[in-house]
Write a protein that binds this ligand. Structure first.
Ligand SMILES: NC(=O)C1=CN([C@@H]2O[C@H](COP(=O)(O)OP(=O)(O)OC[C@H]3O[C@@H](n4cnc5c(N)ncnc54)[C@H](OP(=O)(O)O)[C@@H]3O)[C@@H](O)[C@H]2O)[C@@H](O)CC1
Ligand SMILES: Nc1ncnc2c1ncn2[C@@H]1O[C@H](COP(=O)(O)OP(=O)(O)O)[C@@H](O)[C@H]1O
Ligand SMILES: [K+]
Length: 502
């Protein structure tokens, strides 16, 4: 994995690094964290200096806040600290930070005071970090609700209090930050589920720790460097046979559009030829909007395509089952989505076939489909998205894309990645079909399965992001628009990747 790709660590991983670095760290990590937080506070209040409120909790996150407070006070800034923890139970570093704060002349409030007349210049949340273990209740929950109501910059220290660092779940209630300064490395909870709605602008400070020296990250954030090797301009001397033959099978009655969207996306991403089979017998025999698509029978598609996407609008009947069985038996890259995933979840024989395949299988469930595949429900999946994706990958020996806010990719060797492109305007019918089409197009063009999945996922969101920047959405964005925009973003990536001698 390239050095420039951002690592992601679970709480256990961060604790592991901490245990290795802490004993000999000079200056101590909490000093570094508090100093980084003070620097961020300066930056955020440059234009509107005034009193900073720092709300400190009963653990080391609170200690970071106390160091931050001392640094600000020493720089002649006005600071109000709120802390109502039990001094006798403070961890050693946080207790030292408390003593140093008091020694510097700092005061401590035990209740949230009313804001000064001119308002808080900044609110810093140092209540809970990665040590949060149960839902917030009582006065901590009330404080957070109150802090969230102030329309001023709100800085979360390490992670917004109330967000589970491993899963992104809100535990009770959570601080809504405008900025989050996170230490050592990113955590999954900042990037998926409820995390992105609470972190605001995300800033990572490694605290001068060379992470690669201490641990192998279990996860990464997806960016284009991960598949840059595949982003090649075409040779002049090329012909359509060089770019593969995509097969899409789906489109039962009432769902023709799902398969057509996938097929159109495959065309827009450069597949040499795109064959599509609509299993609805009354379906049209030509796509008049996209007549380049070749409408064929399932048998023809299965025989001819060198990469297949099965499932968009496929239905769940006997014919659908027969098609899925045949597709699984073919040793060609296979994307399974939508109804194909529901069928796979229901049938042990399909699962055995899937498990025994030697060509790559790529499954792209949303949380509902993932729940079916795991024999649980969407709530259990969302409770731990990374864990669910990794489990799916192991159980189905597949590359997995668990879709939604902060899509998670899990690979059969247990690595996982989180995608940060995309936005809630994508929560509309047909978006997943477009993603399947982008993916199968890259597979047909003989991209390795891992690169294809990373690229298609990242591209799909990046195209939607570009459209939103241009005023197309986010609300009301359509899947067809994302399909069109993907082409431009992808060609841009190729140009970029091949500048400067790459
Ligand atoms: N890792 C590192 O290298 C570095 C870590 N650093 C910082 O340390 C932070 C982690 O500190 P941490 O482990 O002390 O945990 P933290 O988040 O302060 O919370 C634990 C406290 O909260 C309490 N508590 C928990 N849940 C609760 C609830 N629902 N309601 C009420 N109380 C609850 C819990 O009490 P208990 O469960 O024992 O009752 C305990 O007292 C990390 O995020 C970063 O900011 C930096 O200094 C830089 C280096
Ligand atoms: N809130 C969101 N943030 C980012 N991406 C999202 C969000 N909601 C949906 N998406 C993306 O949109 C796509 C929706 O896919 P899917 O649920 O299969 O839709 P459909 O079944 O209508 O085709 C997925 O790629 C998903 O990650
Ligand atoms: K916090």
């Amino acid at each position: 994995m390239s050095d420039s790709v951002q690592p992601v660590f679970t709480v256990a991983g961060i604790r592991g690094i901490e245990n290795r670095v802490m004993p000999s760290a000079d200056p101590p990590l909490m000093e570094r964290a508090g100093r980084a937080a003070a620097e961020e506070a300066f930056r955020l209040t440059m234009e509107r200096p005034g009193r900073v409120l720092i709300v400190c909790g009963p653990g080391n996150n609170g200690g970071d806040g106390l160091v931050m407070a001392r640094r600000l006070l020493q720089a002649k800034r006005e600071v109000t600290v709120v802390f109502d923890g039990d001094l006798a139970r403070l961890p050693a570093d946080a207790a030292a930070a408390y003593v140093a704060w008091r020694g510097a002349g700092g005061k401590v409030e035990t209740e949230l005071p009313p804001p000064p007349e001119e308002g808080w210049a900044l609110i810093a949340d140092a209540l809970f970090g990665i040590g949060l273990e149960r839902p917030l209740t009582g006065h901590y929950a009330a404080w957070i609700e109150s802090l969230n109501s102030f329309n001023v910059p709100r800085l979360a220290i390490d992670i917004p209090s109330g967000i589970d660092a491993d899963t992104g779940k809100v535990l009770g209630t959570a601080f809504r930050a405008t900025h989050t300064l996170t230490f050592i490395a990113l955590k999954p909870g900042l990037l998926t589920l409820d995390g992105p709605d609470h972190v605001g602008n995300l800033i990572v400070r490694t605290l001068d720790i060379d992470i690669a020296e201490h641990a192998r990250p279990p996860g990464h954030v997806i960016d284009t460097t991960l598949f840059r090797d595949q982003l090649k301009p075409r040779l002049n001397n090329s012909h359509k046979g060089d770019f593969g033959e995509v097969g899409v099978i789906g489109g039962a009655r009432g769902m023709n559009g799902a398969a057509l969207l996938a097929a159109r996306a495959a065309l827009k991403l450069g597949a040499g030829r795109v064959l599509v089979s609509l299993v609805d017998e009354r379906a049209p025999s030509v796509d008049l909007i996209q007549p380049e698509l070749m409408l064929r029978t399932p048998e023809q598609v299965l025989a001819q395509a060198n990469a297949l996407a099965v499932g968009p609008g496929l239905g769940l009947d006997e014919r659908a089952k027969a098609i899925l069985g045949e597709a699984l038996a073919l040793e060609r890259p296979l994307v399974l989505d939508a109804d194909a995933l529901t069928l796979l979840a229901q049938d042990d024989d399909f699962q055995r076939l899937c498990h025994d395949r030697s060509a790559p299988t790529l499954i792209t469930p949303h949380p509902g489909e993932a729940g079916r595949l795991l024999g649980t429900d969407p709530f259990a999946v969302q409770h731990d998205r990374v864990g669910a994706a990794v489990e799916l990958s192991q159980r189905y020996r597949s590359l997995v894309l668990l879709k939604g806010c902060g899509s998670v990719i899990a690979l059969p060797d247990q690595r996982w990645l989180i995608n940060t492109t995309g936005h809630p305007g994508m929560a509309s019918g047909g978006m997943g079909d477009v993603l399947s089409g982008l993916l199968v197009a890259l597979l047909a063009q003989r991209w390795p399965a891992e690169s294809a999945l990373l690229a298609a996922t990242h591209l799909h969101g990046a195209a939607a992001d570009r459209l939103a920047r241009e005023g197309v959405g986010p609300i009301g964005l359509t899947a067809g628009e994302v399909c069109e925009a993907s082409r431009g973003v992808f060609n841009g990536w190729i140009v970029q990747a091949n500048q400067n001698g790459h």
